[in-house]
Ligand binder design. Sequence first.
Ligand code: HEC
Ligand code: HEC
Ligand code: HEC
Ligand code: HEC
Ligand code: HEC
Length: 216
Amino acid sequence: MAQIFSKYSNTLARLSIIALAVLVISGIGLAYALQNSQYVTKQGIFVEQPVPFSHKHHGGDLKLDCRFCHSAVEDSAEAGMPTTEVCMGCHTQIWKNADVLKPIRDSYVQNKPISWWRVHDLPDFVYFNHSIHVAKGMGCVSCHGRVEDMPLTTQIKPLTMEWCLECHNHPEAYVRPNEWVTSSEEWSGEERARLAPKLIKDYHIQKRTDCYVCHR
Ligand code: HEC
Ligand code: HEC
Ligand code: HEC
Ligand code: HEC
Ligand code: HEC
């Protein structure tokens, strides 16, 4: 019987199947890369604030504890922002006539709070609560990075569901003693290995991965 398809078209068919497969795979790869790209997750973006506040100066150089300004972090869902009075506690004396601090002085005189723009912002359908994380020995540094090294504040973790679940599945890799929650110091592998199981027990930490924990 005569050959209907030449050898050539056979090769062509095979090639086009491979080409299609490559296209599909790279398409999936691209979609995945896009979904997880820093552009989509908003990592590393700087937000223009009313005053260019520096954590590096205030947290790093002056060694102010995070809770000095974010005082609600242990007791409520939101960490909270410092009132103008907290800033004026120092800035009635230090840099009291500086132009960059004019919005702070205006806010103080007019008794109107400063509106800081959000740097981290989860979608509304996600429930998050600071107090339980802090109470269970999750350090600021695990979720915000070394904030006291930042001249301007930026989000460095992706805040995706995958990211939340990584820790909810392995809290033992992150837990630290309560008195260190605002410290960015890394603690040694040996000490961590020794202490983590005890802390997991002491703080009654459970693996919370049910959907309703974060979507209620
Ligand atoms: C002197 C007061 C002060 C101290 C101390 C301080 N912060 Fe802040 N923090 C602010 C102000 C003001 C802002 C808003 C401006 C900005 O985003 O930088 C802010 C913003 C933030 C944000 C971004 C909030 C958002 O909108 O998502 C994080 C995260 C944060 N601080 C964490 C920390 C951590 C962690 C520490 C301790 C290492 C700390 N802060 C210490 C005053 C302070
Ligand atoms: C388990 C991760 C995690 C830990 C630990 C954590 N944060 Fe946050 N933080 C977040 C997330 C997520 C948001 C964004 C919340 C939102 O958009 O509703 C946020 C937002 C903030 C904000 C903006 C205001 C607010 O409450 O939404 C500040 C300020 C802040 N965190 C400071 C801190 C400080 C200080 C600590 C340590 C004492 C800390 N955070 C510990 C994850 C964390
Ligand atoms: C404990 C005292 C203290 C508090 C509280 C404080 N500051 Fe400052 N701030 C300083 C000092 C000291 C400097 C000078 C830093 C330098 O030049 O090294 C400074 C500098 C600044 C500057 C100039 C730019 C820079 O960082 O060098 C800005 C802007 C500023 N502070 C904003 C704020 C705001 C906003 C608050 C309230 C959320 C605040 N400060 C609370 C002590 C304080
Ligand atoms: C660094 C570790 C870590 C990360 C990252 C983390 N969590 Fe958690 N989360 C915990 C631990 C530990 C608990 C306490 C579990 C327990 O024992 O109940 C917890 C508890 C919670 C709870 C339960 C609160 C309650 O009142 O019942 C919610 C909601 C939650 N996390 C949301 C989130 C969301 C949303 C994210 C991501 C944006 C996130 N978490 C990221 C460690 C983490
Ligand atoms: C530890 C907290 C946490 C748990 C548990 C969790 N989610 Fe999520 N989920 C998130 C966060 C945070 C986002 C937002 C992610 C973003 O904006 O990139 C999200 C987003 C989503 C979305 C929107 C689409 C998307 O991927 O962005 C869906 C659908 C969803 N979750 C379903 C679920 C289901 C189903 C479960 C249970 C199997 C679950 N989630 C458990 C934190 C959680």
